[in-house]
Write a protein that binds this ligand. Structure first.
Ligand code: FES
Length: 107
């Protein structure tokens, strides 16, 4: 099963098996990854699932849709060029090893 690595601002990391088709947010909440809350349940309204994606994985991700774009503009944590909402990224085999960072202000 493909894996995702969640890296905390402290540098600690947690590697999680994620079934293809499952969102990163759902996997993070299920495994108790700190800093990912998923308050809206994954409908792209809360931004409590904000992550920073490691540069080398950015071009493997689906494009940002208008709704995600709008929510990223009002996140609590600073928006960076590699910001995404983890509820909008569904796992695939091609994303195995995907590494994402939790914004410091979400801890
Ligand atoms: S879980 Fe609410 S925007 Fe992602």
């Amino acid at each position: 099963m493909p894996r995702v690595v969640f890296v905390q601002p402290t540098g600690e990391s947690q590697t999680v098996d994620v079934a293809p088709g499952t969102s990163l947010m759902t996997a993070a909440v299920k495994h108790g990854v700190e800093g990912i809350i998923g308050e809206c349940g994954g409908v792209c309204m809360c931004a409590t699932c904000h992550i920073y994606v490691r540069e080398e994985f950015l071009d493997r991700l689906p494009a940002i849709r208008d709704t995600e774009e709008a929510v990223l503009d009002v996140t609590n944590a600073e928006r960076l060029p590699n910001s995404r909402l983890s509820c909008q990224i569904k796992m695939t085999e091609a994303l195995d090893g995907l590494t994402v960072e939790i914004p410091p202000s979400q801890r």
